[in-house]
Design a binder for this molecule. Structure first.
Ligand SMILES: Nc1ncnc2c1ncn2[C@@H]1O[C@H](COP(=O)(O)OP(=O)(O)O)[C@@H](O)[C@H]1O
Ligand code: SF4
Ligand SMILES: [Mg+2]
Length: 329
């Protein structure tokens, strides 16, 4: 499989973080993502997991170039022979939604309440100039049929009925499916799903998971899945990258990762699952404005040695996996 997207040494920091009101320190720098390298191959599903605040959404937004102006971004994000970080806003706008698309966390914020679902689903066609050829005259039916097709793909058996609905008429689960339909309207080669099940009730989560599975089976799209749900990650991902405090600490296939996790943090994450006895990792993640010296996980690590408090371990690759820990081969 060819590489579709390659992130090389990505560093993202924020000057004057969102806690500045609490700390009063406007000059504090938050290093949200540090030296992160990760590739996604064609048709591959890569999952990004880790505790809240470890930098997962920042990676997603860096790929989409949707980080706020106060962010400092370094490194390369190679896609189709180009570095996305060097594209002009105009060039990037051509890719967004068409080649790389994102499903955001909160459907009620991502959908516009004043437009009908049908109108919003046709939006990507309008943005990418396909409206002119396809909505005017005879070709109008083609645009309509694309919207109908997309709605069918996410499980609506009578799509015509829903085209005139407004987001407020629909449940959170339905709106999430509309968003997936909108994100996949133009058959992107890469779809990013940033905790798409957050805030949905259990039955909706199961539905959403089925949509994503169906999408993976039916389309050629690569998927970057950011999720808390390790059970789902295990079912759907081809590779899993575990993040801790802005860094990747382990990458492996789900079977390898879940059966023989190497990094003490990954082991801790798995032990905290209900089926493994719900044993929480002691302590909490460090503030990214002042991560600990040495291994960032050392204050919480049951296996730490003296050097772990002083030296920073590199991510070492071998046998198709990668791990950042002095104790691992
Ligand atoms: N716009 C911003 N300004 C300042 N800090 C930010 C901003 N966005 C994210 N951060 C910080 O970056 C870190 C990573 O955030 P995020 O990627 O959202 O974590 P998560 O893994 O939960 O998705 C957090 O410490 C967060 O507070
Ligand atoms: S490098 Fe040391 S502190 Fe870090 S995870 Fe490995 S054993 Fe624990
Ligand atoms: Mg997030």
């Amino acid at each position: 499989m060819n590489t579709l997207l390659e992130i090389k040494d990505l560093n993202v920091s924020f000057q004057g973080n969102e806690n500045e009101n609490k700390t009063g320190n406007k000059n504090e720098t938050v290093a949200a993502v540090s030296c992160l390298s990760l590739s996604i191959r064609e048709k591959e599903t890569v999952a990004l997991v880790g505790e809240t605040g470890c930098g997962k959404s920042v990676v997603a937004h860096a790929i989409m170039r949707l980080l706020p102006p106060e962010s400092r971004v370094k490194g390369r994000i190679e896609f189709g022979g180009k570095n996305l970080l060097e594209l002009s806003e105009k060039e990037m706008a051509k890719l967004r939604g068409k080649e790389i698309s994102i499903i955001f966390q909160n459907p009620s914020l991502a959908l516009n309440p004043v437009y009908s679902i049908g109108h919003q689903l046709a939006e990507p066609l309008r943005i990418h100039g396909q409206e002119k050829e396809e909505v005017k005259g005879k070709k109008k039916t083609k645009a309509l049929s694309k919207v109908v097709e997309a709605l069918k793909r996410v499980g609506f058996s009578n799509p015509q009925e829903y085209m005139g609905y407004y987001p407020s008429w629909c449940s959170g689960g339905m709106n999430q499916r509309f968003l997936i339909a909108a994100s996949t309207m133009l058959d992107p080669v890469l779809l990013i799903a940033d905790e798409p099940s957050k805030g949905l009730d259990r039955s909706r989560v199961a539905e959403l998971e089925n949509e994503l599975k169906g999408l993976k089976e039916k389309s050629e799209t690569s998927l970057l899945l950011i999720s808390h749900d390790l059970g789902f990650v295990r079912q759907i991902a081809d590779r899993v990258a575990v993040m801790y405090a802005g860094e990747i600490v382990e990458i492996a296939t789900p079977s390898t990762l879940f059966e023989s996790p190497l990094h003490p943090y990954t082991q801790g994450l798995l032990n905290s699952l209900p089926e493994n006895g719900f044993v929480p990792i002691p302590g909490s993640s460090p503030p990214l404005s002042s991560p600990p010296a040495g291994c960032r996980f050392h204050p919480r690590c049951p296996s730490k040695e003296k050097r772990c408090t002083q030296e920073h371990p590199e991510l070492k690759e071998g046998n198709g996996r990668a791990v950042r820990c002095f104790l691992c081969p």
